[in-house]
Design a protein around this ligand. Structure first.
Ligand code: AMP
Length: 219
């Protein structure tokens, strides 16, 4: 695939090099020539110095015939505008933008752009690891509005029904895996120690579920 990476900082350089190693034709754009030092010497994709708001630089990078573009600078309005232009003016089939500041996420929703909110996602993952290791994210749908989680059932929840643990409308149970085999659970399926309960939830749903699980753990 022909892929353009806009921004060659901490995310862009790693992304560009990973894509290059997978055999893609990669062009990287950055306005700061020192940013290209983030790329390892073995990277042999194209590098273009210039402001991504300048359409000439995007055309030189091959936007008219590329298959995908990632806008991963540290400036959200720029990522949103460049992504919008790529989608609407150049019909780039796949466009993904980095959302740096969670407060500016709405900007991407207005343009209907696929976005990776690395800051919010990172904070959420760290919170997960700090708070309850029984709950871990395994899949993120859309822009992370709904995520799929696995809950490891500890001894203290043995004998609970699925509906005892999942009480919130924003959290739906999907599967119970016991000894490697999965079933579709009913509300009254009784859980055993070591089971893995898979659920899909919004941020609000998983937060409520966490509170419920915590209160059950503490009795
Ligand atoms: P980082 O925060 O380390 O991922 O770096 C973000 C990168 O985006 C930096 O290398 C910036 O030079 C680059 N960047 C910021 N604004 C622009 C722009 N208008 N055009 C091209 N690259 C940019």
């Amino acid at each position: 695939m022909k892929i353009i990476v806009v921004g060659c900082g901490r995310i862009g350089a790693e992304l560009a090099n990973n894509l290059y190693k997978q055999g893609h034709q990669v062009s990287v754009v950055d306005e700061n020539k020192n940013a290209f030092n983030n790329l390892p010497p073995e990277f042999e994709g194209r590098i273009l110095e210039g402001d991504a708001l300048n359409q000439d630089i995007l055309i030189r990078a091959g936007i008219e015939s590329c298959d995908a573009m990632a806008a991963v600078t540290n400036y959200d309005p720029l990522n949103a505008v460049v992504s919008h232009v790529a989608k609407t003016e150049f019909n780039v089939p796949v466009v993904v933008a980095r959302n740096y500041d969670p407060k500016l996420r709405k900007l991407f929703e207005v343009f209907n752009i696929q976005v990776v909110s690395s800051t919010s996602w990172g904070a959420q993952r760290v919170e997960e690891l700090l708070s309850d290791s029984e709950v871990r994210t395994v899949f993120s749908a859309g822009n992370g509005e709904v995520e799929v989680y696995e809950l490891q059932i500890p001894a203290v929840w043995d004998g609970n029904k699925v509906s005892d643990l999942i009480t919130c409308n924003e959290c739906k149970w999907l599967a119970v895996t016991r000894a490697g085999a999965a079933i579709l659970p009913e509300a009254d399926t009784v859980l055993k120690t070591g089971d893995v309960l898979t659920v899909a939830a919004t941020m609000e749903g998983i937060s409520d579920t966490r509170k419920n699980l915590k209160s059950r753990k503490e009795g």
